[in-house]
Design a protein around this ligand. Structure first.
Ligand SMILES: Cc1cc2nc3c(=O)[nH]c(=O)nc-3n(C[C@H](O)[C@H](O)[C@H](O)COP(=O)(O)O)c2cc1C
Length: 355
């Protein structure tokens, strides 16, 4: 199989592999630039970059400064394709998107919320807008809204299925019927619903399949089904370049299949994580202490929050995994070694070619 390039708006990646944005601080400049250097698209996560104990104004300034630092650092390390990932539930999401665009980022990925205002926020046509979706229904809704209100369409879509890591766009009930929402089922539906917009705007809307894509054979299957590329998260966590602590990576290496669980996040969405002492504590106590000087997430209902997700993810980032949440994809238990991004991508491409 000839390995296709991945074209998203003005960006051309040499290989059809996107490294998914991973908050909190899991995918920063080091990982994103390493992936970009191998020809893929490296995504910096904009989530959880400030000091949670800072008052509101300082938190916002610090987040912006940290994002600028990561983008500039990545740019020093690569001339390849970079994206930044945002979540609609971030309190300062608009400001952070503007910051990324000012820093020259050409691909904005938007998940966890409907990107109803995104085209108004980013009116530079050289910047690609790529919503994350988990169904054809949501894809259709976004494209209809953008067509009606902004006379434009998406430059690409990331279709994230139910096996992905982090927050998921499926209900807890849907997650009990994984086969009903398999990428193999969702992808043809999405390709169908975007057709009228591709025709109207005379362009291809590349769909990138994510969630449970683990081997080059999986990549080949997605491309055969009509995806223009794939997005991987879990596999990139266990790379030398990944920006998270060794303890976080070790939790992946130690995880067994039965340790991968679905949790209820204070954001109001289910999330997938590795069962550890933190989750056992939470289960035993029902609720952990929440101290929230800055409401980093609009969707976080403080009264009901059983824990502070930002703090729990930051703890894991730093290596205090006993007091931290470890997000992972369903396939985390299959990872058994830490490799370089170069080696991982070479392996994936060899498998893809063989398939
Ligand atoms: C540790 C971790 C953190 C993640 N954080 C985010 C995030 O902040 N925003 C987001 O859109 N997706 C997030 N994701 C999802 C990934 O970007 C990616 O789409 C997904 O993990 C792909 O599935 P895979 O892990 O099976 O490869 C996260 C995934 C992991 C494993």
């Amino acid at each position: 199989m000839k390995i296709p390039q991945l074209q998203i708006g003005s960006l051309t990646a040499k290989i059809p592999i996107v490294q998914g944005g991973m908050g909190v601080r899991v995918s920063l400049a080091s990982l994103a630039s390493a992936v970009a250097n191998e020809g893929g698209i490296g995504t910096i996560s904009s989530i959880g970059l400030g000091d949670l104990d800072a008052p509101q104004r300082d938190y916002e300034r610090e987040s912006r400064e940290a994002l600028v630092r990561e983008i500039q650092k990545a740019r020093e390390l690569t001339t390849g394709c970079l994206a930044v990932n945002f979540m609609g539930v971030l309190s300062n999401v608009d400001e952070m998107i503007r910051t990324a665009v000012q820093e020259g980022i050409k691909m904005i990925v938007f998940g966890a919320g409907l990107p109803t205002k995104l085209p108004a926020l980013v009116d530079d046509p050289s910047v690609s807008l790529v919503p994350i979706i988990s169904s054809a229904r949501v894809a259709g809704l976004i494209l209809r809204l953008w067509d009606k209100h902004f006379g434009r369409t998406a430059d690409g879509l990331i279709l994230e299925g139910p096996l992905a890591g982090g927050h998921l766009g499926f209900s807890a009930e849907q997650l009990e019927h994984l086969d009903d929402f398999a990428l193999e089922k969702l992808l043809p539906e999405v390709l169908e619903i975007i057709k009228p917009y591709e025709d109207k705007y005379g362009m291809k809307i590349p769909v990138i399949a994510a969630g449970g894509v683990y081997t080059g054979k999986d990549i080949a299957r997605m491309l055969t089904l009509g995806a223009s590329g794939v997005q991987l998260g879990t596999r990139f966590v266990c790379t030398e370049e990944c920006d998270v602590s060794d303890e976080f990576k070790q939790a992946y290496l130690d995880a067994r299949e039965e340790d991968i669980v679905i949790i209820k996040s204070p954001v109001g969405l289910p999330g997938r994580a590795i069962k550890n002492r933190f989750l056992e504590d939470l289960e035993a106590k029902g609720k952990l202490k929440v101290n929230c000087p800055y409401r980093c997430l609009t969707a976080c209902k403080l009264e009901d929050a059983r824990f502070c997700i930002a703090r729990a993810l930051i703890n894991s980032h730093h290596g205090d995994v006993d007091h931290g949440l470890i997000f992972s994809g369903q396939n985390a238990y299959r990872v058994n070694q830490i490799v370089t991004v170069k080696a991982l991508i070479a392996e994936l491409l060899a498998e893809l070619q063989a398939a």
